[in-house]
Ligand binder design. Structure first.
Ligand SMILES: [Zn+2]
Ligand SMILES: [Zn+2]
Length: 350
């Protein structure tokens, strides 16, 4: 079933470009913008991969810990652990001299996903949480305060918003053959497995890889159907489906810009615009770990007139945060989800 959906999407994408001269043209003839967001999206838009990384932040290290916390099948877990190790997010460490058993620890690149998770979590707490308090309360150890981290400019340290940022082609810019790593089918409610999580809720609203990329294009000013199609090389039926879903989820508002024939554009709602922070953090991660020192795009902050790197900082003291400087309180019973392993985000550091 899953394969057939993926296969359908692939067929839809390739058939669009098919010409009478070259039948069965390869998928690689479709190009996409070189983009550091896409490399991070490739990992986080796979619900299972995301959930495994999240559980690693909560202290899971061993196969059984991941399995019991997520109720994931052995085959799927084996596959995601292998892929995440291959991607350099996790590393295998032997935990016994007498057996070949390994545990999985986050690498530096894996730990560096933490600010992105924080940005997604804050988005979820702001827009998707009805109780006004998310499942986790964060405490920043730097100032010992309850913290609601924000995405800030590395130069002026002010909070960044979509309208204050412009984009400049970087040394690694241009277009490349389209790649669909992992899988591009919609994963829907899979994100919601296991413990309550505002990061899960955010990812569930954004959806799959295509939806991420459509939202990204909106920040670049591409809001019309044909613009999105040209930029992304996406099949008409998939684009229609994803736009309808994103409108339904409150990320976009459909707005008429022409009457005869009727044409609409897709404008980010205030909630959609607030996805800017998480997407910028995903770009920063991709730039650090996937761009070989050649970022495809540079960010320019209008408020300070400097090129900058987005940073997740404590809203109370303004210091940049990382996985080692945050503690959390759970507002749910962790025993239901594989137990309490640590009150810090990264395993093995307590
Ligand atoms: Zn600035
Ligand atoms: Zn602080």
């Amino acid at each position: 079933m899953r394969l057939s959906v993926a296969a359908k999407e692939k067929t839809a994408r390739t058939s669009k470009k098919k010409s009478p001269v070259s039948k069965g043209i390869k998928q690689s003839s479709v190009t996409e913008r070189r983009c550091s967001i896409a490399s991070t999206v490739g990992i986080l838009s796979d619900a299972w991969a995301f959930l495994v990384i999240r559980e690693a932040f909560f202290g899971s290290k061993r196969f059984e810990e991941f399995r019991s916390g997520l109720e994931i099948t052995r085959a799927t877990l084996t596959d995601r652990l292998r892929r995440l190790t291959h991607e350099g997010i996790l590393r295998e460490v032997s935990y016994s001299d007498t057996s070949s058993r390994v545990e999985y620890k986050l690498t530096k690149a894996g730990i560096d996903l933490y600010p992105t998770f924080m940005a997604l979590m804050q988005f979820g707490d702001r827009w998707l949480e009805s109780s006004k308090s998310g499942p986790l309360q964060l405490i920043h150890q730097g100032c010992n305060c309850v913290s609601k981290p924000i995405v800030t400019c590395s130069c002026c340290e002010r909070r960044i918003t979509a309208q204050d940022v412009t984009y400049i082609d970087g040394p690694g810019g241009g277009r490349v053959a389209a790649d669909t790593p992992w899988r591009s089918r919609r994963t829907g409610d899979d994100f919601m497995r296991g413990r309550p999580s505002s990061v899960s809720r955010s990812l569930e609203v954004i959806g799959d890889r295509w939806s991420f990329l459509i939202i990204r294009e909106a920040f670049y000013g591409h809001t019309r159907f044909d613009q999105l199609q040209a930029e992304l090389g996406i099949a008409t039926n998939i684009l229609t489906d994803r736009l309808a879903r994103l409108v339904d989820r409150g990320v976009f508002r459909k707005q008429k810009y022409q009457s005869a024939p009727e044409r609409f554009e897709y404008v980010l709602t205030p909630m959609g615009a607030d996805l800017h922070g998480p997407l910028m953090m995903m770009m920063a991660w991709g730039d650090r770990w996937r761009a070989n020192g050649r970022p495809p795009m540079l960010l320019h902050h209008k408020l300070c007139d400097e090129n900058f790197t987005p940073v997740v900082a404590c809203n109370r003291c303004g210091q940049p945060i990382d996985a080692f400087s945050m503690k959390y309180r759970m507002r749910y019973n962790p025993d239901k989800f594989g137990g309490r392993k640590s009150s810090r985000a990264v395993p093995g550091r307590v």
